[in-house]
Write a protein that binds this ligand. Structure first.
Ligand SMILES: [Zn+2]
Length: 345
């Protein structure tokens, strides 16, 4: 492969090559391409973000460091001597109330990992070491947007090792009262997330789309977390939401949004729940080839469905290369175009 000199900071060398070779692919399905190159990725350089923890209210700084193929996503506390790495995996999850927590943050764990994990999964980053100077991730604006900006700032690097996927072979389902979620076989990666609140402001909303970097960037990454003001005092008593503000949450009181700028979409709530699901499901450790559907789901059910999947070895397989790898890049571009048709999302 001969690379051209049109590399930019936001597009990896392979993508530049393909987009030059197949300009239609760039126009129709720019975001999809990254997923269709079956090589593992990391970031091209390190990048640091600072903010505050939404639950602790304390300053938090993270540095995303490029990592070798096969590393996966790993958190590393820098405020503790000799702290072991914390792999971003579903079986390390210890709390799912209002957030997703890995390990024990008072010892060596990490709180509120889901929005960064969503950005990494959404943008197709396989390997990364995340250094954090405390027990909680910075909340930024309550969405994944700042993390996507950070990825864009340094660019994506493809590594010389094939990407592996977790392919769902049999449906698995978790029920909890009227709430449920399920993973089903699907030729690609798709999320169908429905929330149902008994209030006119939110009501019943669904976000349904194949997941591609372009969809994540344009439809999900800016959707912010949200909460009811009436719940805040109780949360404070429990030690949650101490850093919560209109700068990092959509605040709802008496069925009205208090943020002066309003919502970013009318269905920002469902979009945020979909963002959370993308992050939580990425704790499978590999990108999932399958359809994830949830009704009134949340962090707890997102974690439960992975436990259920891994319980049954016949329900999944790990594949080195999905079937679409066998087709040429031009055909991939066709798939990409279809993924963005008017009937999607
Ligand atoms: Zn969230």
């Amino acid at each position: 492969m001969v690379l051209t000199k049109t590399q930019s900071l936001t597009v990896c060398d392979v993508c530049v090559h393909i987009s030059n070779e197949f300009p239609d692919a760039r126009l129709k399905g720019r975001g999809r391409m990254t997923n269709h190159i079956d090589r593992q990725t990391t970031l091209a350089d390190q990048v640091t973000l600072t903010g505050i923890g939404v639950h602790s209210g304390k300053p938090a700084s993270i540095t995303l460091l490029p990592a070798d193929a096969g590393t996966g996503i790993v958190f590393q506390r820098t405020d503790k001597d000799d702290a072991a790495e914390i792999p971003a995996l579903w079986n390390r999850v210890t709390q799912t109330s209002l957030q997703t927590v890995l390990g024990d943050p008072s010892e060596n764990g990490m709180s509120t990992v889901e929005h960064l994990m969503a950005a990494l999964a959404g943008m197709g980053i396989d390997n990364l070491i995340i250094e954090v100077d405390g027990p909680e991730m910075p909340i930024m604006d309550g969405s994944s947007a700042a993390f996507v900006d950070a990825i864009d700032q340094v660019g994506v690097k493809h590594l010389d090792r094939g990407r592996r996927y977790l392919k769902v072979k049999k449906p698995v389902r978790v029920d909890n009262g009227s709430a449920w979620c399920e993973l089903k076989p699907y030729d690609g990666t798709r999320f169908e997330i429905t929330i149902d609140f008994d209030t006119p402001l939110i009501g019943r909303q669904t976000f349904a789309s194949d997941l591609t970097p372009q969809v994540f960037r344009e439809e999900l990454c800016r959707a912010r977390t949200f909460g009811y003001v009436k719940d805040v005092e109780q949360l404070w008593k429990m030690g949650f939401a101490l850093g919560s503000s209109l700068e990092n949450s959509v605040a709802i009181a008496e069925d009205k949004v208090l943020n002066p700028e309003g919502t970013r979409w009318q269905d920002e709530f469902a979009r945020h729940k979909a963002l959370d699901a993308v992050g939580d499901l990425s704790l499978a450790g590999l990108p999932i080839l399958g359809l994830y559907r949830s009704y009134k789901g949340g962090h707890k059910m997102n974690n439960a469905i992975l436990a259920k999947l891994f319980e049954d070895k016949s329900a999944y397989e790990i594949v080195e290369a999905p079937a679409f790898r066998e087709v040429g890049h031009a055909e991939n571009a066709g798939l990409a175009a279809a993924a963005f048709g008017p009937d999607v999302s």
